[in-house]
Ligand binder design. Structure first.
Ligand code: AMP
Length: 666
């Protein structure tokens, strides 16, 4: 259903200032979902987009909706509902990026756990686009601080995720409180029946857009994937380059700007790399490809557009540094290697949120793509030493070279400076290291972000597992039922302005301001901690969860049993917290109040403490790093059969200052 005929943004009737911004951010051409979604959205039609993260779906709705807003009218004209605060922030930032040339444009992200006063002030000042999580948007609608009278469009982003998280009733409530006749765009990676029902109920004659891909087999190419956040990709790539024996390599990125940036970074690290993008003249592109053929360069960093028709037999490796928009494009990209009967290797980088793309690719290529282990810094250093020794051996055994002259220099030097030949050789080895040291520092070893976390077994595909669950909503329902069975109360439900019966709402509802409950899927030994922030500090559970999640880089599913008392709270976190993280968390503040985390000693004045979730065997811990003192709590289990993959880690920024109420992470 996707029309591939649109090959340029200029072919779309977008605001020229937005097209200019696209060129500034380095986009070369619309992705398939964009080519198919932009025209109907510009015309004001409703749209049903079956698309996942990585396809370019955000721009698919952001570009036409920005074109259609009236900047002079400072009231919300577009409302985007998204399942998480991370996505809310990302979408708002995408709007800002595309609207960078629109004077006076304002977009506001709104999510639970964020300071309400700030949100109210910004709303009063006037915004054109609001991006928010359903719970907080409902709060504002109830308070009448968000006025949707002038609303033109509602976007439901990642609708199946909103279903999975129990927000779908809230979404419907919000839709019921928007003006009649507004445009609705619904994007979802999957179409489980409850989402289909929402689409049938709220979308009028929608244009349906889905990316369909043909299935192909790619036998001559060995494939692997690497799960890495965007800020980890460069480090992961350079480590791969160190240990993989490659001849020629093509690295695919999404934007023109990224080709130049990455090629420069690789050059700075001692690789001969060049950019290949659509801004380059045909002659320059041809010269660059010829340089790869002639072995003047080894790595080409290219966009899809520029790489069309590149056929260089020496390409042994293709790296998808940015995930391709669809599976056809993946197959096309990796086909650059494995040419002329040779074998090739293809590495796919996926961010945690793009794991779904991996699944689509596997389906289309009819094969499982295994995870690739990123070498630790120790392994990289060992590899450098091995390569260094090999280099010396090669020269030593070469019949074509005579070393007599050089031996003379060595013995003269040693005599003159009263040193041994070993000392001199060591000095030379030290001098030869340049950008790639043979020895790694203790600090580097300690902060190695890839030392533990790359044993990504199939079972570790958290995102995939969770999304699979969302497909029919069953996992969620079962979990919901178990939680209800533990006596969980859903306080908001009774007050709902919603006439449908409970039977119509199989999905458990959770407001984004509610405390998190222990989730059965978090099968990890837990330790209970005490935080010196409580109800009297005017802090919500969302504030605490948000702060821990962001500061510790910890997924919500590992923050369990948060209980708030008047002056303090308790929370279960995975066992084995690294010491540096523990110290860091002690300093984190929520609403100016230091959380001052400490191990909970069970001395709960209210006597109202619930035991932490009983651990099961086979859980994971933080990894074998320097650990915070172990709990004496009954709630732990020393077994860790899944290796050293850390669940929680400090961000690699070293001496970062703790922030108050932090934000986005990838
Ligand atoms: P999304 O699927 O919306 O999460 O987008 C995934 C990534 O693709 C984001 O980093 C976007 O900036 C990028 N992107 C979206 N559309 C394009 C495009 N037409 N050209 C290059 N990059 C794009």
């Amino acid at each position: 259903m996707v029309s591939p005929s649109i090959s340029s943004f200029a072919d779309l009737a977008l605001n020229p200032l937005i097209i200019k911004a696209l060129s500034q951010v380095g986009y070369e051409q619309p992705s398939p979902i964009q080519a198919a979604s932009i025209p109907p959205l510009l015309e004001g039609k409703d749209l049903l987009g079956v698309a996942q993260t990585g396809t370019g779906k955000t721009a698919a709705f952001a570009l036409p909706l920005l074109t259609n807003i009236d900047v002079l009218q400072e009231s919300p004209q577009v409302l985007v509902l998204a399942p998480t605060r991370e996505l809310t922030i990302q979408v708002a930032e995408a709007f800002k990026k595309y609207a960078q040339n629109l004077k006076g444009f304002h977009v506001l992200p709104i999510y639970g756990g964020q300071d309400m006063g700030g949100q109210l002030r910004q709303l009063q000042r006037g915004v054109h686009i609001v991006v928010g999580t359903p719970g907080r948007i409902m709060d504002h609608l109830r308070r009448k601080s968000l006025n949707l009278d002038k609303l033109k469009t509602v976007v439901l982003d990642e609708a199946d995720e909103m279903l999975r998280m129990g927000f779908i009733d809230d979404v419907e409530w919000i839709l019921d409180h928007t003006p009649k006749g507004r445009q609705v765009a619904l994007f979802s990676a999957t179409m489980p029946p409850p989402i289909k029902r929402v689409a049938d109920r709220y979308l009028v004659n929608p244009t349906e857009v889905r990316i369909e891909s043909s299935t192909t087999t790619v036998e001559a190419i060995e494939q692997a994937y690497v799960q890495a956040r965007n800020d980890q990709k460069l480090d992961a790539l350079t480590r791969i380059l160190e240990v993989e024996a490659f001849d020629g390599m093509m690295i695919f990125v999404r934007t023109k700007n990224a080709t130049v940036e990455l090629a420069e970074k690789l050059e700075a690290r001692g690789y001969s790399a060049a950019a290949l993008n659509g801004d380059m003249t045909q002659a320059l592109r041809e010269r660059t490809v010829a340089n790869l053929k002639k072995e003047k360069i080894d790595i080409l960093v290219a966009t899809d557009v520029a790489a069309r028709g590149v056929d260089v037999p020496r390409i042994t490796h293709v790296v998808n540094y940015d995930v391709p928009y669809d599976t056809d494009s993946y197959v096309h990209r990796i086909g650059r290697t494995g040419r002329a009967g040779r074998t090739g290797k293809a590495v796919l980088f996926v961010t945690p949120r793009e794991m779904y793309m991996l699944r689509s690719i596997e389906k289309a290529t009819r094969g499982e793509i295994p995870p690739m282990k990123i070498p630790s810094s120790k392994e990289v250093a060992d590899q450098r030493v091995t390569a260094f020794k090999q280099q010396i051996k090669d020269v030593l055994v070469s019949d074509e070279l005579s070393l007599d002259f050089f031996e003379g220099i060595v013995s003269d030097f040693c005599l003159e400076n009263a040193c041994t030949a070993e000392q001199m050789a060591a000095t030379l080895a030290y001098m030869m290291q340049k950008a790639r040291p043979l020895q790694i520092s203790e600090k580097e070893l300690k902060h190695d972000q890839f030392a533990f976390n790359q044993d990504q077994g199939r079972g570790d595909r958290g995102d995939r597992g969770r999304r699979d669950e969302g497909r029919d909503g069953r996992g969620r329902r079962e979990r919901g039922a178990r939680e209800e069975g533990r006596g969980r109360r859903d306080e908001g439900r009774g007050k709902r302005d919603d006439s449908r019966s409970a039977g119509d709402r199989p999905e458990r509802k959770r407001r984004d301001s509610e405390p998190r409950q222990a989730r059965p899927e978090s099968d990890v030994p837990m330790v209970k901690y005490r935080l010196e922030v409580g109800k009297h500090h005017n802090i919500t559970a969302g504030d605490i969860v948000g702060a821990i999640a962001n500061e510790a880089g910890l997924e919500g599913q590992y923050i369990n049993n948060l209980r708030m008392f008047d002056d303090y709270s308790t929370v279960d976190l995975p066992e084995g917290m690294p010491k540096d993280l523990y110290r860091h968390l002690q300093k984190v503040k929520v609403k100016s109040q230091p959380i001052n985390i400490s191990q909970f000693d069970g001395a709960d004045s209210s006597g109202d403490d619930a035991p932490a979730r009983k651990p099961r065997s086979g859980g994971r811990d933080f990894g074998s790093r320097d650990k915070a003192p172990r709990s004496s709590s009954r709630d732990r289990d020393s077994g860790s059969s899944e290796g050293d993959r850390p669940i929680m880690r400090r961000k690699p920024s070293g001496d970062r200052k703790p922030r108050e109420n932090s934000r986005n992470r990838d």
